[in-house]
Design a protein around this ligand. Structure first.
Ligand code: FDA
Length: 466
């Protein structure tokens, strides 16, 4: 077992952990980042699949994500807009395909009115919610006791309006069924993006991509950190002491133990999804509140499907590639062709219970069912990609779902305020506990910056010399 001494040990080399490390190093601190996987990036991962460059995890950047945009600028990364020229397609409850432009689906006028009213109500509620502390809203407890599905039922009898509005938060964002999370959790999701209208607007929320893939962010940060980042080092045990110590007598405030390393430090940052916090053994155990609250968070679940074709054939039909239907297996899909690539790529999403369902099938049956659904939007040609790939984050030991974690019913009002509370020398940072940028890379970067700033504030520079 090799011993390393440092100022701050950071567990997890995703966007949050690497941002925290970068900020601390900028301020003259010594850090070690321990990453379980043999790569950096966590939920950001660009892969080469049968010759196609695919963004297996997160990829889109929206214009309000200043923290991410600043990081892209610092790293000198270029972005390009998602292809969106042409008309979008929508499949209604009866299976009828309709083409449309703008944000509102081509639904009957009465349903359209219901959707507009629902969006106005949600925007008004969201405006009252501070994404940094949604539990502080005067009705937080009530809103956290009612499922989003039930809340929608209290607002309108129009099924089609409810399904469409529900889809934007349920299948498309939290990737859980709308009966499985609260109205408050839904409002946090929207507030984290500025408004519900922003979430509904694909041109806003899925605006741009990074040339070469968004994993270039963690790769760029890790390159600058050099050998401070140690790959293949799952942290199994964290020994910690509530007593502050300067390490002078050989005692360390915190020791992170992997299969090969013991990293002694004054402070630790757990930059891992909150659902994985309980996978580490703590000596002494974490306090009661931590034991409890982490049991009330769970990962959503979505399959990101990539289908690459020799050409973006849908463009010839005047289609933008943007497609929606709460009644389809693939509830949303987009043109995801890479910058400068003559081939066309479609990306589609199969969420929550629909994803459970297709994972009961053989790989071939699943592929056929998913491509059948895509063909309902784009025609027969969609059934014949030259490259096909399903991102399955549920099978990833160090993630366990996609896109991110959210509270169960009642959990946000009950435990939300404690999610970021440090325990002795241990702090927590992850996109899944962000306010602004919640569940997004922007939120991961914000959380990394926040914990780094807290550490710098807590420890004057002179105290850090080892
Ligand atoms: P992240 O999970 O990335 O990093 C945590 C790291 O900790 C991982 O590297 C993990 O291996 C490591 N780890 C865990 N336990 C450990 C242990 N015990 N010891 C050592 N290491 C450990 N966002 C966005 O902005 N735009 C988008 O388009 C999308 N789309 C999207 C699609 C898909 C399919 C996914 C899965 C996710 C997205 N997201 C997204 C979400 C975005 O990818 C996500 O919010 C951030 O990348 C999370 O970054 P973090 O650093 O917070 O956690």
């Amino acid at each position: 077992m090799q011993r390393i001494d440092t100022d701050v040990v950071i567990v997890g080399a995703g966007a949050a952990g690497l941002t925290a490390a970068t900020e601390l190093v900028k301020a003259g601190r010594d850090v070690v980042v321990l990453e379980a996987r043999d790569r950096v990036g966590g939920r950001l991962w660009t892969g080469d699949v049968d010759g196609a460059m695919l963004e297996i995890g997160g990829q889109w950047v929206s214009p309000d994500q200043d923290a991410l945009i600043e990081t892209l600028d610092e790293l000198g990364l270029e972005t390009y807009p998602r292809y969106r020229d042409g008309v979008n397609v929508y499949i209604g409850p009866g299976g009828e395909l309709k083409k449309f432009e703008g944000d509102i689906f081509p639904v009957p006028p009465a349903t359209e009115q219901e959707i507009v009213t629902l969006i106005e109500k949600l925007d008004a509620l969201v405006a009252e919610i501070d994404p940094e502390e949604p539990w502080a809203h005067p009705q937080a407890k009530d809103l956290d006791e009612i499922s989003f599905a039930r809340w929608l039922e209290t607002q309108t009898d129009d099924d089609e309006a409810r399904e469409n509005v529900g889809m934007f938060i349920a299948g498309a964002m939290l990737t859980k069924p709308a009966h499985a999370f609260s109205a408050l959790q839904a409002l946090l999701m929207a507030a984290s993006a500025g408004s519900f209208s922003n979430l509904v607007d694909a041109d806003f929320i899925l605006d741009r991509r990074v040339v070469g893939g968004l994993q270039l962010v963690p790769l760029g940060l890790a390159e600058r950190l050099g050998d401070r980042v140690r790959l293949g080092q799952p942290v199994r045990t964290l020994r910690w002491s509530i007593e502050p110590t300067d390490g002078a007598d050989g005692a360390s405030a915190v020791v992170a133990v992997t299969d090969e390393l013991e990293v002694h430090a004054r402070q630790a940052i757990l930059a891992i999804p909150p659902v994985l916090v309980n996978r580490i053994s703590y000596e002494p155990p974490l306090p009661r509140r931590q034991h409890q609250l982490h049991q009330h968070l769970s990962m959503g679940f979505v399959i990101k499907v990539h289908a690459v074709y020799d050409t973006p054939f849908w463009r010839e039909q005047g289609l933008s590639g943007t497609a929606f239907s709460p009644w389809e297996l693939v509830h949303e899909a987009y043109d995801n062709s890479n910058h400068g690539d003559p081939r066309g790529t479609l990306v589609g999403f199969v969420a929550d219970e629909a994803a459970d369902g297709v994972f009961q099938l053989s790989a071939e049956e699943r592929k056929a069912a998913i491509l059948e659904s895509m063909s309902h939007y784009y025609g027969e040609q969609a059934k014949h990609p030259v490259v096909y790939y399903e991102s399955d984050w549920g099978s990833e030991e160090w993630t366990r779902g996609a896109y991110a974690a959210s509270f169960d019913m009642g959990g946000l009002a009950r435990y939300g305020a404690d999610l970021r509370t440090p325990v002795g020398p241990i702090r927590f940072a992850c996109s899944d506990m962000a306010g602004k940028g919640y569940q997004h890379v922007d939120g991961a970067i914000r959380m990394g910056r926040l914990v780094a700033a807290q550490i710098l504030e807590a420890e004057p520079v002179e105290a850090t010399a080892r």
